[in-house]
Design a protein around this ligand. Structure first.
Ligand code: VGL
Ligand code: ZN
Length: 211
């Protein structure tokens, strides 16, 4: 192992069927992260997953706004909101984790996006930074100091989770080959990497841990 992983969490963001090829909000090559994450899981004692988990009437779904299409931007209760296809609805197959992702060592699953009035990209807080999933306190109470972020999507939930992790004082890494971008605009993934790097997120490849 190339790194000391004491007091570290492997954070797996939203590796759910709707974000994988064939899903409602498919991330290109999103399925390629699964084998990398499974290999990483062998190196960590402490693993936590997040799950995008929307009610059917969620305000981020274009279908819940007359004459709106996915990709359009609206104001939702005072916040700028990109509209998405219906995805990760509570109880649906699309909300389930990829069947090959191994959940055996997971300490907890934090669900987000349950409030229909506000989206929740970060695994820590909703986009208004009012609702708190409890993930930050959970990690702090467990003595976690280092957060290694993986999963989907690089330019949305992964980015906002990593930025919040830094802001909460965690030493934060993004494992770049364990994430993929939606790329609504073709450069979004690269811009997200830049933004995370500038905020103090350390970009590493899985080989830094697996070698
Ligand atoms: C996500 C868009 C909408 C994500 C979730 O997991 O990155 N993106 N909901
Ligand atoms: Zn969502």
């Amino acid at each position: 192992m190339g790194m000391n992983l004491k007091n570290s969490v492997l954070l797996i963001i939203d590796v759910q069927n709707d974000f994988l090829p064939g899903g409602a909000l498919a991330v290109n090559q999103g399925d390629e992260v699964v084998s990398v994450i499974n290999a990483l899981q062998e190196e960590f004692d402490f693993i936590v997953a997040t799950q995008d988990f929307h009610p059917a009437d969620h305000g981020s779904f274009a279908a819940n706004h007359p004459d709106k299409n996915p990709g359009e931007v609206i104001e939702l209760n005072g916040l700028t909101q990109v509209l998405w296809p219906i995805h990760c609805v509570q109880g649906s197959e699309g909300a389930e984790f990829h069947e090959e992702l191994n959940p055996i060592k997971w300490k907890a699953i934090f669900q987000k996006g349950k409030n229909p009035g506000v989206d929740s990209y970060s695994g820590f807080f909703d986009n208004a930074r009012r609702g708190d999933t409890g993930l930050g306190d959970f990690l702090q109470n467990e003595g976690i100091m280092n957060v290694f972020v993986t999963g989907l999507a690089q330019d949305y939930c992964v980015k906002f989770t990593a930025l919040d992790s830094v802001s909460l004082g965690f030493n934060t890494y993004l494992i770049t080959d364990a994430t993929r971008a939606v790329n609504l605009n073709p450069k979004d993934g690269d811009l997200a990497l830049e933004e995370m790097k500038n905020a103090g997120v350390k970009l590493i490849e899985s080989t830094a841990i697996l070698d």
